[in-house]
Ligand binder design. Structure first.
Ligand code: GLU
Length: 415
């Protein structure tokens, strides 16, 4: 498949060339600032010892402390974490957040472990990376397979070590423990906001559109819920790692969420008209396709058969190298990951601000601030797209790179 980082650099490179980016700045941005690999032992419930591998990569801190989630997945690798950290730099910058980019991960299949084992894994991992994290240094958050409970363990572990409660060291914590209202559904909410804006740009109201969503994790399920319940779109296809389901009348997402909680998967949902593979879902004749699972999910072969007119990247890096070109040529409007799924880190930013001030916001305040920031970032990206007659991904990179480049130049190169 090749390196995901190389593929990320190619997409960035297209923007760098178009905007005529200074070569020195380009070189800086092509290299992550700091990469930490930790191998740590954990005692299992049966008293045996397992050793896990974890990572924390800080790509850039020109605009502020590093920010980005931690994922638990058997395929986590340095290449993947580096790519995710790279995307975080530009995601924060395109949103105008005072952050750099980072990401972390543990190579683990969390389903194979008990809650107590996961707690020990989480605490030991956080303790190992605590030499590089902190509320002014690098602020982790949830990502694939990590939850508010895990964030609470991270925060507690750090706090125990520094000797006081440090709420601002992680975001995505439970509400009532330094967490923010609206953080859990924030990424899905942001996806829905930009999906509606993309629909409008295509001249159609989103309430007249059909949607297929790959992935029913935190991003996919809340995108589905908000797109159907608040925006009036018809969500006709959904999937998880076990398979996809289709219903031409649209699904009741709240009911489907309950079904997933009870059965662990949506692939056997009895109210579906038919089942299909994930691949079939991606090539369905719908208006909007939301890949909200993992990176490299849409290969060039799949891209050739995509029928959707709009793709909203709920996941990070879901389009494999080569897929963009095919889809752009077909006239598909791609709302890129660094903009489309930035709702999560935006509400993480609100959470961090609330923690630092110990003053908490109401849900309506969080949601309207999020909506405004997503609208602004979409508009700025759209203007840049027109200015350079380019695609939205390249335009979003140009908006972001301009901000990081400005900060880098003003700060100067130390010493
Ligand atoms: N993991 C999320 C992302 O990829 C959120 C990061 C954060 O909230 O810091 O954007």
């Amino acid at each position: 498949m090749g390196s995901t980082y190389e593929s990320a650099l190619k997409k960035f490179g297209k923007a760098a060339e178009l905007m005529n980016l200074d070569h020195g700045i380009r070189k800086i941005l092509e290299h992550p600032k700091r990469q930490l690999i930790v191998e740590f032992p954990v005692t299992m419930d049966d008293d045996s010892i397992e050793v896990f591998t974890g990572y924390r990569v800080q790509h850039n801190v020109a605009l502020g402390p590093a920010k980005g989630g931690v994922r638990y997945h058997p395929n986590v690798s340095l290449d993947e974490v580096k790519s995710l950290a790279f995307w975080m730099t530009f995601k924060c910058a395109v949103m105008g957040l005072p952050y750099g980019g980072a990401k972390g991960g543990i190579k683990i299949d969390p389903k194979q472990y008990s809650k107590k084992e996961l707690e020990r894994v989480s605490r030991r991992y956080f303790s190992e990376i605590s030499i590089v994290v902190g509320p002014d240094k690098d602020i982790p958050a949830p990502d694939v397979n990590t939850t508010p409970d895990i964030m609470a363990w991270f925060m507690d572990t750090y706090s125990m070590n520094v000797g006081y409660s440090s709420m601002g060291v992680v975001t995505g914590k439970p509400v009532g423990l330094g967490g923010s209202q609206g953080r859990t559904e924030a990424t899905g909410r942001g996806v829905s906001t930009v999906a509606a804006l993309a629909a409008k740009a295509k001249g159609v109201d989103i309430s007249k559109m059909t949607v297929a969503i790959e992935g029913f994790g935190n991003v996919g399920k809340y995108a589905a819920l908000i797109m159907s319940k608040e925006k009036g779109a018809k969500v006709v296809a959904l999937s998880d790692s076990k398979g996809a389901v289709y219903n031409s009348n649209g699904f009741d997402i709240e009911e489907l969420m309950k079904y997933k909680d009870e059965h662990g998967t949506i692939s056997d949902y009895p109210k579906a008209e038919s089942k299909m593979s994930n691949e079939e879902l991606k090539t369905l004749d719908v208006d909007i396709l939301v890949p909200a699972a993992l990176e490299n999910s849409i290969t060039p072969e799949i891209a050739k058969n995509v029928k959707a007119k709009i793709i909203v990247e709920g996941a990070n890096g879901p389009l494999m190298t080569g897929a963009d070109e095919i889809l752009n040529e077909k006239g598909v409007l791609i709302v890129p990951d660094i903009l489309a799924n930035a709702g999560g880190v935006t509400v993480s930013y609100f959470e961090w601000v609330q923690d630092l001030q110990s003053f908490f916001w109401k849900k309506a305040q969080v949601n309207s601030a999020l909506e405004e920031m997503m609208n602004n970032a979409f508009e700025e990206t759209w203007k840049m797209k027109e200015k350079y007659s380019t695609d939205m991904r390249t335009a979003a990179y140009i908006v972001a790179i301009n901000r990081v480049a400005f900060a880098t130049k003003k700060r100067g190169i130390y010493p």
